[in-house]
Design a protein around this ligand. Structure first.
Ligand SMILES: *Cc1c(COP(=O)(O)O)cnc(C)c1O
Length: 415
């Protein structure tokens, strides 16, 4: 997706230098082809199990991205009423929406029931009562599934690990039967599936396979109790390479591991909820180098993007590769921290990078499609950066840069 032609960085056939000159910086740019390839990689690799892919909206919730995924046939995994409204507005099919999250409020539940979503992934016993109450009030039957915590160690960053007993997500493995039998007794619920999601950015398949096996065991146990499921949702979490030495897990190997179960149970549909692996490496954040600052024993490359545009390094200590938009063969490389204008020591986008750049150059921060624009904030009263979608030779703005008026529009003078 990213390549150099005559020393200048291109996304597909679009020059990054043209992009920054047209739209300014900081700027998020996404490749539509990459999104398509990543989506089709799922449907092709797991084709024997005929999966429904429910894109995790929180990874990147731009309406144009959602619309494009809906066009490809994607369903959606949502975690709020706001995300539900986005998906519907983008033309997503309500029948392919899964509602996850530990605290869906009554208004959100009502909205989802009225839209007619595929199912709620219930994450606690009291949530059963809440969904039953709302469904009864508006006299509809709520389709439900349980997010089970398979208690496997995803061995990823603690902030993005969700499958162990001591975190807030899901129903404990040993409480599964109790949860299902309790839900079965409710007048306005119908049980449709089972779900797990053990964490994010998993580069090793072992925990994913282990979790799948534990879920398959439960499906068999539930069947013995007369509880027949329509789908198994194995969550998202497949990791992406953020740097040279990282590799995507082998999708075919994962598919091979789970295929026998789905072949033996053809009436059960496989669902995935991928976010990062669809959009993460489809995007870059383009930024301008404003100053090179030499302190006594450290260099800083001061750019116009900051942690409000890209929170991941500050939040998870995560690594994003940073490359120049134009190759400067004649410049002497320096080792420096790439930092933004935000008044926080944590406003560092890359530590100790070796780069050949000078003031006025542009940099591309890679793997910035997922959990980047969707996590952007106005901190330091900075305007949210625009987003561009690239399709072969053309590019379109899919979110314009905030204005100062938008920044303050909901504030009212107190004095
Ligand atoms: C965030 C999330 C996902 C997506 O995770 P990725 O690592 O981006 O694939 C899927 N399911 C649930 C419940 C989530 O919270």
């Amino acid at each position: 997706m990213l390549h150099y032609i005559k020393q200048q960085l291109f996304i597909e056939k679009v020059s990054c230098l043209d992009l920054v000159k047209t739209y300014g910086t900081p700027l998020y740019a996404y490749s539509r082809n990459y999104i398509q390839d990543a989506f089709l990689n799922y449907t092709h690799t797991f084709s024997v199990s005929n999966p429904l892919i429910c894109y995790a909206v929180k990874a990147n919730s731009n309406l144009s991205i959602l619309r494009y995924l809906a066009h490809l046939g994607s369903g959606f995994d949502i975690v709020s009423g706001g995300e539900l409204q986005r998906v519907l507005l983008a033309g997503g099919d309500a029948k392919k929406i899964i509602f996850s999250g530990v605290n869906k409020n009554e208004q959100e539940i009502k909205l989802a029931l009225t839209a007619g979503i595929l199912c709620f992934n219930i994450e606690s016993l009291p949530e059963i009562d809440r969904i039953q109450k709302v469904a009864k009030e508006i006299n509809v039957i709520a389709p439900v599934s349980f997010r089970i915590n398979p208690d496997v160690d995803a061995k990823t960053h603690p902030y993005i690990s969700t499958g162990l007993q001591n975190n807030k997500f899901g129903i404990s493995y040993q409480d599964t039967l109790h949860a299902y039998t309790y839900a079965q007794k409710q007048s306005h619920l119908t049980i449709v599936g089972i779900d797990c999601h053990i964490g994010s950015q998993l580069l090793d398949l072992t925990p994913l396979k282990e979790a799948a096996d534990k879920i398959f065991e439960l499906v068999v146990q539930l069947k013995q109790k007369g509880i027949i499921l329509k789908h198994i949702d194995l969550g998202g979490g497949i990791g992406i390479p953020y740097q040279e030495n990282e590799k995507s897990p082998d999708y075919a190997d994962y598919a091979k591991h789970i295929a026998p179960f789905f072949k033996a149970n053809p009436e059960i549909q496989l669902i995935f909820e991928p976010g990062r692996s669809i959009i993460g490496n489809a995007g870059v954040l383009l930024t301008k180098v404003d100053f090179i600052k030499h302190n006594q024993n450290k260099n800083f490359i001061i750019v116009d993007a900051a942690i409000n545009d890209l929170l991941r390094p500050a939040l998870y200590d995560s690594y994003h590769d940073i490359i120049p938009v134009t190759l400067n063969k004649d410049l002497h490389p320096i080792q420096a921290d790439v930092v933004g204008p935000v008044c926080e020591s944590g406003d560092c986008l890359g530590k100790n990078r070796i780069l050949s750049v000078q003031a006025g150059d542009y940099l591309a921060i890679k793997s910035a499609g997922a959990y980047t624009a969707s996590m952007a904030s106005h901190y330091n009263s900075r305007l949210i950066a625009p987003e561009i979608l690239i399709d072969e030779k053309t590019h379109k703005i899919i979110r314009s840069r905030d204005t100062f008026e938008q920044l303050i529009q909901n504030e009212t003078p107190f004095l």
